[in-house]
Write a protein that binds this ligand. Structure first.
Ligand code: FAD
Length: 376
Protein backbone atom coordinates (compact mmCIF):
# COMPACT_ATOMS: atom_id res chain seq x y z
CA UNK A 1 0.00 0.00 0.00
CA UNK A 2 1.34 3.43 -0.89
CA UNK A 3 1.84 6.07 1.80
CA UNK A 4 0.45 9.57 1.53
CA UNK A 5 3.94 10.80 0.54
CA UNK A 6 4.34 8.21 -2.16
CA UNK A 7 0.84 8.88 -3.51
CA UNK A 8 1.57 12.58 -3.57
CA UNK A 9 4.79 12.28 -5.54
CA UNK A 10 4.08 9.17 -7.62
CA UNK A 11 0.42 9.90 -8.34
CA UNK A 12 -1.20 6.97 -10.12
CA UNK A 13 -2.80 9.31 -12.69
CA UNK A 14 -0.84 10.39 -15.77
CA UNK A 15 -1.38 11.96 -19.14
CA UNK A 16 0.77 9.30 -20.79
CA UNK A 17 1.77 5.92 -19.40
CA UNK A 18 4.36 3.92 -21.26
CA UNK A 19 4.77 0.20 -20.67
CA UNK A 20 8.37 -0.98 -21.10
CA UNK A 21 11.63 0.90 -20.47
CA UNK A 22 13.57 -0.38 -23.48
CA UNK A 23 14.66 2.00 -26.23
CA UNK A 24 11.11 2.17 -27.67
CA UNK A 25 9.59 3.26 -24.37
CA UNK A 26 12.40 5.66 -23.48
CA UNK A 27 12.46 7.38 -26.87
CA UNK A 28 8.67 7.57 -26.76
CA UNK A 29 8.79 9.45 -23.46
CA UNK A 30 11.64 11.61 -24.80
CA UNK A 31 9.72 12.75 -27.87
CA UNK A 32 6.42 13.13 -26.02
CA UNK A 33 8.18 15.46 -23.58
CA UNK A 34 9.57 17.45 -26.50
CA UNK A 35 6.05 17.90 -27.81
CA UNK A 36 4.26 18.38 -24.53
CA UNK A 37 6.75 19.50 -21.88
CA UNK A 38 4.09 19.80 -19.21
CA UNK A 39 2.54 16.37 -19.75
CA UNK A 40 2.68 13.99 -16.80
CA UNK A 41 4.44 10.88 -18.08
CA UNK A 42 5.39 7.63 -16.36
CA UNK A 43 7.12 4.47 -17.53
CA UNK A 44 6.22 1.10 -16.02
CA UNK A 45 8.94 -1.51 -16.36
CA UNK A 46 8.68 -5.02 -14.99
CA UNK A 47 12.43 -5.50 -14.55
CA UNK A 48 14.66 -3.86 -11.98
CA UNK A 49 16.52 -2.83 -15.14
CA UNK A 50 15.11 -3.02 -18.66
CA UNK A 51 14.78 -6.72 -19.36
CA UNK A 52 14.35 -7.44 -23.05
CA UNK A 53 16.72 -6.43 -25.84
CA UNK A 54 17.81 -2.81 -25.44
CA UNK A 55 20.53 -3.26 -22.84
CA UNK A 56 21.38 -6.80 -23.96
CA UNK A 57 22.06 -6.14 -27.62
CA UNK A 58 25.24 -5.73 -29.63
CA UNK A 59 25.06 -1.95 -29.95
CA UNK A 60 25.00 -1.70 -33.73
CA UNK A 61 22.90 1.19 -35.00
CA UNK A 62 21.92 -1.12 -37.85
CA UNK A 63 21.45 0.13 -41.39
CA UNK A 64 21.21 -3.40 -42.83
CA UNK A 65 23.72 -5.49 -44.76
CA UNK A 66 23.26 -6.14 -48.49
CA UNK A 67 22.28 -9.77 -48.06
CA UNK A 68 19.78 -8.88 -45.31
CA UNK A 69 18.24 -6.19 -47.49
CA UNK A 70 18.11 -8.44 -50.55
CA UNK A 71 16.51 -11.17 -48.43
CA UNK A 72 13.96 -8.59 -47.25
CA UNK A 73 13.25 -7.65 -50.87
CA UNK A 74 12.37 -11.29 -51.59
CA UNK A 75 10.11 -11.47 -48.55
CA UNK A 76 8.41 -8.08 -48.41
CA UNK A 77 9.27 -6.40 -51.72
CA UNK A 78 11.31 -3.34 -52.62
CA UNK A 79 8.95 -0.66 -51.32
CA UNK A 80 8.75 -1.99 -47.77
CA UNK A 81 12.46 -2.84 -47.68
CA UNK A 82 13.45 0.67 -48.75
CA UNK A 83 10.95 2.25 -46.37
CA UNK A 84 12.39 0.32 -43.41
CA UNK A 85 15.95 1.15 -44.48
CA UNK A 86 15.11 4.82 -44.68
CA UNK A 87 13.59 4.70 -41.20
CA UNK A 88 16.74 3.08 -39.81
CA UNK A 89 18.89 5.61 -41.63
CA UNK A 90 16.96 8.49 -40.07
CA UNK A 91 16.99 6.72 -36.71
CA UNK A 92 20.79 6.60 -36.81
CA UNK A 93 20.87 10.38 -37.38
CA UNK A 94 18.46 10.92 -34.46
CA UNK A 95 20.71 8.95 -32.12
CA UNK A 96 23.76 10.89 -33.21
CA UNK A 97 22.09 14.30 -32.95
CA UNK A 98 20.55 13.78 -29.54
CA UNK A 99 23.08 11.63 -27.67
CA UNK A 100 26.03 11.07 -29.99
CA UNK A 101 28.65 12.61 -27.76
CA UNK A 102 27.60 10.67 -24.69
CA UNK A 103 27.30 7.11 -25.94
CA UNK A 104 30.60 6.26 -27.68
CA UNK A 105 28.86 6.89 -31.01
CA UNK A 106 31.20 5.74 -33.74
CA UNK A 107 30.26 6.44 -37.36
CA UNK A 108 32.44 3.52 -38.33
CA UNK A 109 30.33 1.96 -41.11
CA UNK A 110 29.86 -1.76 -41.57
CA UNK A 111 31.21 -4.57 -43.68
CA UNK A 112 29.44 -7.73 -44.69
CA UNK A 113 31.91 -10.58 -45.02
CA UNK A 114 31.62 -13.62 -47.27
CA UNK A 115 33.43 -16.93 -47.33
CA UNK A 116 31.97 -18.23 -50.58
CA UNK A 117 32.52 -16.65 -53.98
CA UNK A 118 29.12 -17.55 -55.46
CA UNK A 119 27.19 -15.98 -52.57
CA UNK A 120 29.36 -12.87 -52.71
CA UNK A 121 28.86 -12.58 -56.48
CA UNK A 122 25.12 -13.03 -56.11
CA UNK A 123 25.08 -10.03 -53.77
CA UNK A 124 27.54 -8.04 -55.85
CA UNK A 125 25.41 -8.48 -58.96
CA UNK A 126 22.52 -6.76 -57.19
CA UNK A 127 24.54 -3.92 -55.66
CA UNK A 128 23.98 -1.47 -58.46
CA UNK A 129 20.22 -1.89 -58.25
CA UNK A 130 20.31 -1.74 -54.45
CA UNK A 131 22.37 1.46 -54.50
CA UNK A 132 20.19 3.03 -57.17
CA UNK A 133 17.02 2.33 -55.20
CA UNK A 134 18.56 3.48 -51.92
CA UNK A 135 19.90 6.66 -53.52
CA UNK A 136 16.43 7.55 -54.72
CA UNK A 137 15.29 7.57 -51.08
CA UNK A 138 18.38 8.61 -49.19
CA UNK A 139 19.65 11.32 -51.53
CA UNK A 140 23.34 11.28 -52.28
CA UNK A 141 24.54 8.88 -49.65
CA UNK A 142 26.98 6.42 -51.13
CA UNK A 143 25.79 3.08 -49.96
CA UNK A 144 27.33 -0.30 -50.64
CA UNK A 145 30.66 -0.93 -52.34
CA UNK A 146 33.02 -3.85 -52.80
CA UNK A 147 35.75 -3.48 -50.21
CA UNK A 148 39.01 -5.08 -51.24
CA UNK A 149 41.07 -3.96 -48.25
CA UNK A 150 39.13 -4.58 -45.09
CA UNK A 151 39.82 -8.32 -44.79
CA UNK A 152 43.58 -8.08 -44.99
CA UNK A 153 43.68 -4.91 -42.89
CA UNK A 154 41.64 -6.64 -40.20
CA UNK A 155 43.80 -9.79 -40.38
CA UNK A 156 40.77 -12.07 -40.79
CA UNK A 157 41.11 -15.58 -42.15
CA UNK A 158 38.46 -17.56 -43.99
CA UNK A 159 36.54 -14.52 -45.12
CA UNK A 160 37.38 -13.84 -48.76
CA UNK A 161 35.16 -10.96 -49.87
CA UNK A 162 33.55 -7.90 -48.34
CA UNK A 163 30.89 -5.33 -49.14
CA UNK A 164 30.99 -2.20 -46.98
CA UNK A 165 28.80 0.79 -46.31
CA UNK A 166 29.32 4.03 -44.42
CA UNK A 167 25.83 4.40 -42.98
CA UNK A 168 25.98 2.05 -39.99
CA UNK A 169 27.24 3.22 -36.60
CA UNK A 170 28.30 1.62 -33.35
CA UNK A 171 27.06 2.73 -29.94
CA UNK A 172 27.33 1.79 -26.27
CA UNK A 173 23.80 0.56 -25.55
CA UNK A 174 24.22 0.87 -21.78
CA UNK A 175 25.24 4.50 -22.14
CA UNK A 176 22.32 5.23 -24.43
CA UNK A 177 19.91 3.71 -21.92
CA UNK A 178 21.48 5.60 -19.03
CA UNK A 179 21.55 8.95 -20.82
CA UNK A 180 17.95 8.63 -21.96
CA UNK A 181 16.99 7.66 -18.41
CA UNK A 182 18.90 10.58 -16.83
CA UNK A 183 17.42 13.05 -19.31
CA UNK A 184 13.90 11.81 -18.65
CA UNK A 185 14.28 11.87 -14.88
CA UNK A 186 15.52 15.46 -15.25
CA UNK A 187 12.30 16.22 -17.12
CA UNK A 188 10.20 14.74 -14.33
CA UNK A 189 9.24 11.55 -16.15
CA UNK A 190 8.46 9.03 -13.40
CA UNK A 191 9.98 5.55 -13.56
CA UNK A 192 8.46 2.52 -11.86
CA UNK A 193 10.92 -0.35 -12.15
CA UNK A 194 9.90 -3.79 -10.92
CA UNK A 195 6.33 -3.01 -11.93
CA UNK A 196 4.74 -5.57 -14.22
CA UNK A 197 1.62 -4.60 -16.13
CA UNK A 198 -0.95 -7.40 -16.10
CA UNK A 199 -3.88 -5.84 -17.88
CA UNK A 200 -4.80 -2.68 -19.78
CA UNK A 201 -8.46 -1.69 -19.91
CA UNK A 202 -9.10 0.90 -22.60
CA UNK A 203 -12.87 0.52 -22.78
CA UNK A 204 -13.45 3.88 -21.04
CA UNK A 205 -12.17 7.35 -21.90
CA UNK A 206 -9.15 6.96 -19.64
CA UNK A 207 -7.14 3.75 -19.65
CA UNK A 208 -6.81 1.67 -16.48
CA UNK A 209 -3.50 -0.15 -16.17
CA UNK A 210 -3.44 -2.98 -13.68
CA UNK A 211 -0.04 -3.82 -12.25
CA UNK A 212 1.05 -6.90 -10.34
CA UNK A 213 2.45 -5.11 -7.31
CA UNK A 214 1.51 -1.42 -7.37
CA UNK A 215 -2.23 -1.48 -7.93
CA UNK A 216 -3.98 0.41 -10.70
CA UNK A 217 -2.72 3.36 -12.70
CA UNK A 218 -4.87 5.64 -14.80
CA UNK A 219 -3.84 7.43 -17.98
CA UNK A 220 -5.32 9.51 -20.73
CA UNK A 221 -3.22 7.49 -23.10
CA UNK A 222 -1.19 4.33 -22.72
CA UNK A 223 1.56 3.29 -25.11
CA UNK A 224 2.69 -0.33 -25.21
CA UNK A 225 6.45 -0.68 -25.81
CA UNK A 226 7.00 -4.28 -24.74
CA UNK A 227 8.48 -5.61 -28.00
CA UNK A 228 8.81 -9.41 -27.73
CA UNK A 229 6.51 -9.57 -24.71
CA UNK A 230 3.52 -7.89 -26.32
CA UNK A 231 1.23 -10.83 -27.08
CA UNK A 232 -0.51 -10.35 -23.72
CA UNK A 233 -1.78 -6.97 -24.91
CA UNK A 234 -1.74 -7.28 -28.71
CA UNK A 235 -2.84 -10.82 -29.50
CA UNK A 236 -3.64 -10.10 -33.15
CA UNK A 237 -0.04 -9.11 -33.88
CA UNK A 238 1.25 -12.67 -33.48
CA UNK A 239 4.71 -11.59 -32.35
CA UNK A 240 7.33 -14.31 -31.99
CA UNK A 241 10.21 -13.96 -29.54
CA UNK A 242 13.74 -14.79 -30.69
CA UNK A 243 16.71 -15.11 -28.39
CA UNK A 244 20.13 -13.69 -29.24
CA UNK A 245 23.34 -14.87 -27.56
CA UNK A 246 26.41 -12.65 -27.27
CA UNK A 247 29.94 -12.87 -25.94
CA UNK A 248 32.68 -10.33 -25.34
CA UNK A 249 36.41 -10.93 -25.01
CA UNK A 250 38.83 -9.41 -22.58
CA UNK A 251 40.97 -6.57 -24.04
CA UNK A 252 43.22 -7.64 -26.92
CA UNK A 253 46.46 -5.82 -27.72
CA UNK A 254 46.67 -4.12 -31.13
CA UNK A 255 43.23 -5.20 -32.28
CA UNK A 256 43.38 -4.40 -36.02
CA UNK A 257 39.78 -3.26 -36.65
CA UNK A 258 37.37 -0.56 -35.56
CA UNK A 259 34.07 -1.30 -37.25
CA UNK A 260 30.89 -3.36 -37.25
CA UNK A 261 30.78 -6.60 -39.26
CA UNK A 262 28.09 -9.04 -40.35
CA UNK A 263 28.17 -12.42 -42.01
CA UNK A 264 25.82 -15.26 -42.91
CA UNK A 265 22.91 -12.95 -43.87
CA UNK A 266 23.32 -10.99 -40.66
CA UNK A 267 22.83 -14.03 -38.43
CA UNK A 268 26.34 -13.44 -37.08
CA UNK A 269 27.65 -10.00 -36.13
CA UNK A 270 30.75 -8.65 -34.41
CA UNK A 271 32.52 -5.40 -33.67
CA UNK A 272 35.19 -4.01 -31.42
CA UNK A 273 34.24 -2.38 -28.13
CA UNK A 274 37.42 -0.44 -27.50
CA UNK A 275 40.03 -3.17 -27.63
CA UNK A 276 37.61 -6.02 -26.98
CA UNK A 277 35.63 -8.05 -29.53
CA UNK A 278 31.88 -8.42 -29.10
CA UNK A 279 30.46 -11.30 -31.12
CA UNK A 280 26.87 -12.53 -31.27
CA UNK A 281 24.28 -14.41 -33.25
CA UNK A 282 23.83 -17.97 -34.41
CA UNK A 283 20.05 -18.07 -33.97
CA UNK A 284 19.88 -19.76 -37.38
CA UNK A 285 21.71 -22.79 -35.95
CA UNK A 286 18.64 -23.67 -33.91
CA UNK A 287 15.62 -21.56 -34.86
CA UNK A 288 13.25 -23.75 -32.91
CA UNK A 289 15.27 -23.65 -29.70
CA UNK A 290 15.95 -19.91 -29.97
CA UNK A 291 12.32 -19.07 -30.68
CA UNK A 292 11.89 -18.45 -26.98
CA UNK A 293 11.29 -15.60 -24.54
CA UNK A 294 13.52 -17.31 -21.94
CA UNK A 295 16.91 -15.75 -21.29
CA UNK A 296 19.88 -18.11 -21.29
CA UNK A 297 22.79 -19.34 -23.34
CA UNK A 298 23.31 -22.72 -24.97
CA UNK A 299 26.50 -24.69 -25.25
CA UNK A 300 25.96 -25.37 -28.95
CA UNK A 301 25.67 -21.72 -30.00
CA UNK A 302 28.38 -20.39 -27.70
CA UNK A 303 30.72 -23.15 -28.93
CA UNK A 304 30.04 -22.10 -32.53
CA UNK A 305 30.66 -18.44 -31.70
CA UNK A 306 33.99 -19.34 -30.08
CA UNK A 307 34.94 -21.48 -33.06
CA UNK A 308 34.20 -18.70 -35.58
CA UNK A 309 36.04 -16.25 -33.36
CA UNK A 310 39.17 -18.40 -33.37
CA UNK A 311 39.00 -19.51 -37.01
CA UNK A 312 37.85 -16.34 -38.79
CA UNK A 313 38.01 -13.24 -36.63
CA UNK A 314 40.99 -13.64 -34.31
CA UNK A 315 43.17 -16.29 -35.97
CA UNK A 316 46.63 -16.55 -34.42
CA UNK A 317 45.56 -14.31 -31.51
CA UNK A 318 45.36 -15.30 -27.88
CA UNK A 319 42.15 -14.12 -26.36
CA UNK A 320 39.92 -14.85 -23.39
CA UNK A 321 36.15 -14.64 -23.16
CA UNK A 322 35.15 -12.19 -20.47
CA UNK A 323 31.40 -12.47 -20.45
CA UNK A 324 28.44 -14.11 -22.21
CA UNK A 325 24.75 -13.16 -22.08
CA UNK A 326 21.47 -13.22 -23.96
CA UNK A 327 18.56 -10.96 -24.86
CA UNK A 328 15.15 -11.37 -26.44
CA UNK A 329 14.12 -9.90 -29.80
CA UNK A 330 10.71 -9.78 -31.47
CA UNK A 331 9.79 -10.99 -34.95
CA UNK A 332 6.69 -11.17 -37.10
CA UNK A 333 5.88 -12.38 -40.60
CA UNK A 334 5.67 -8.92 -42.12
CA UNK A 335 9.25 -8.15 -40.93
CA UNK A 336 8.05 -4.66 -40.05
CA UNK A 337 7.32 -3.17 -36.64
CA UNK A 338 3.81 -2.42 -35.45
CA UNK A 339 3.83 1.26 -34.48
CA UNK A 340 0.51 3.05 -34.45
CA UNK A 341 -2.33 4.65 -32.55
CA UNK A 342 -4.89 1.91 -32.01
CA UNK A 343 -7.58 4.09 -30.46
CA UNK A 344 -7.54 7.54 -28.83
CA UNK A 345 -6.32 6.20 -25.49
CA UNK A 346 -4.05 3.40 -26.75
CA UNK A 347 -1.03 3.06 -29.01
CA UNK A 348 1.87 0.64 -29.46
CA UNK A 349 5.37 0.61 -30.87
CA UNK A 350 6.52 -2.99 -30.83
CA UNK A 351 8.14 -5.82 -32.78
CA UNK A 352 11.41 -4.31 -33.92
CA UNK A 353 12.48 -7.46 -35.83
CA UNK A 354 15.99 -7.48 -34.43
CA UNK A 355 16.89 -3.97 -35.64
CA UNK A 356 15.36 -1.70 -33.04
CA UNK A 357 18.40 0.37 -32.07
CA UNK A 358 17.88 2.73 -35.01
CA UNK A 359 14.19 2.01 -35.58
CA UNK A 360 13.01 2.79 -32.05
CA UNK A 361 13.93 6.51 -32.09
CA UNK A 362 12.48 7.06 -35.55
CA UNK A 363 9.22 5.26 -34.78
CA UNK A 364 8.91 6.94 -31.38
CA UNK A 365 9.42 10.38 -32.89
CA UNK A 366 6.74 9.78 -35.51
CA UNK A 367 4.25 8.15 -33.13
CA UNK A 368 4.78 10.74 -30.38
CA UNK A 369 4.03 13.40 -32.95
CA UNK A 370 0.74 11.66 -33.83
CA UNK A 371 -0.09 11.02 -30.17
CA UNK A 372 0.48 14.67 -29.36
CA UNK A 373 -2.23 15.51 -31.85
CA UNK A 374 -4.81 13.10 -30.37
CA UNK A 375 -7.49 14.99 -28.47
CA UNK A 376 -7.48 14.09 -24.82
C1 FAD B 1 21.50 -10.19 -28.51
C2 FAD B 1 20.84 -9.08 -29.25
C3 FAD B 1 21.57 -8.33 -30.14
C4 FAD B 1 20.96 -7.28 -30.82
N1 FAD B 1 21.73 -6.48 -31.57
C5 FAD B 1 21.16 -5.42 -32.19
C6 FAD B 1 21.94 -4.52 -32.90
O1 FAD B 1 23.15 -4.61 -32.88
N2 FAD B 1 21.32 -3.53 -33.60
C7 FAD B 1 19.97 -3.36 -33.59
O2 FAD B 1 19.45 -2.46 -34.26
N3 FAD B 1 19.21 -4.17 -32.86
C8 FAD B 1 19.78 -5.19 -32.16
N4 FAD B 1 19.01 -6.00 -31.40
C9 FAD B 1 17.59 -5.70 -31.29
C10 FAD B 1 17.33 -4.44 -30.48
O3 FAD B 1 18.08 -4.50 -29.28
C11 FAD B 1 15.84 -4.34 -30.20
O4 FAD B 1 15.13 -4.31 -31.44
C12 FAD B 1 15.47 -3.09 -29.42
O5 FAD B 1 16.30 -2.94 -28.29
C13 FAD B 1 14.02 -3.21 -28.98
O6 FAD B 1 13.74 -2.18 -28.06
P1 FAD B 1 12.32 -2.19 -27.36
O7 FAD B 1 12.31 -1.09 -26.39
O8 FAD B 1 11.26 -2.20 -28.42
O9 FAD B 1 12.22 -3.60 -26.64
P2 FAD B 1 12.96 -4.11 -25.29
O10 FAD B 1 14.30 -3.54 -25.16
O11 FAD B 1 12.84 -5.59 -25.27
O12 FAD B 1 12.08 -3.47 -24.17
C14 FAD B 1 10.82 -3.98 -23.80
C15 FAD B 1 10.70 -3.77 -22.30
O13 FAD B 1 9.35 -4.07 -21.89
C16 FAD B 1 9.42 -4.66 -20.61
N5 FAD B 1 8.17 -5.38 -20.39
C17 FAD B 1 7.73 -6.48 -21.05
N6 FAD B 1 6.53 -6.86 -20.59
C18 FAD B 1 6.18 -5.99 -19.62
C19 FAD B 1 5.05 -5.86 -18.74
N7 FAD B 1 4.02 -6.71 -18.83
N8 FAD B 1 5.04 -4.85 -17.85
C20 FAD B 1 6.08 -3.96 -17.76
N9 FAD B 1 7.18 -4.06 -18.56
C21 FAD B 1 7.23 -5.04 -19.47
C22 FAD B 1 10.63 -5.57 -20.69
O14 FAD B 1 11.12 -5.92 -19.43
C23 FAD B 1 11.60 -4.72 -21.51
O15 FAD B 1 12.47 -3.95 -20.69
C24 FAD B 1 19.58 -7.03 -30.67
C25 FAD B 1 18.86 -7.77 -29.76
C26 FAD B 1 19.46 -8.80 -29.05
C27 FAD B 1 18.66 -9.58 -28.06
Amino acid sequence: MLSYWEQDIFKPKYDYLIVGAGFSGLWMAYFLKKQKPKAAIAILERGTLPNGASTKNAGFACFGSPSELLENVKEIGWDKTLEMTQKRFEGIQIIQQHFGELIDYNACGASELFTERNIFEENLSQLELLNKNLSAMLLNQNHFYEDTKIISESKFEGFQYAISNAAEASIHSGKLFYNLYKTLVGQDVKFFFGTEVENIDTSHKTAIIKTKNLGDFEAQHVCICTNAFSNLFLTAQNIKPGRGQVLITKPIKNLPFNKTFHFDKGYFYFKNVGDRVLFGGGRNLDFEGENTAEFGTTEMIIKKLKQHLSDYILPNTDYEIDHIWSGIMAFNESKTPFSEIIQPNLSASVCMNGMGVALAPYLARELAWEMGKVEK
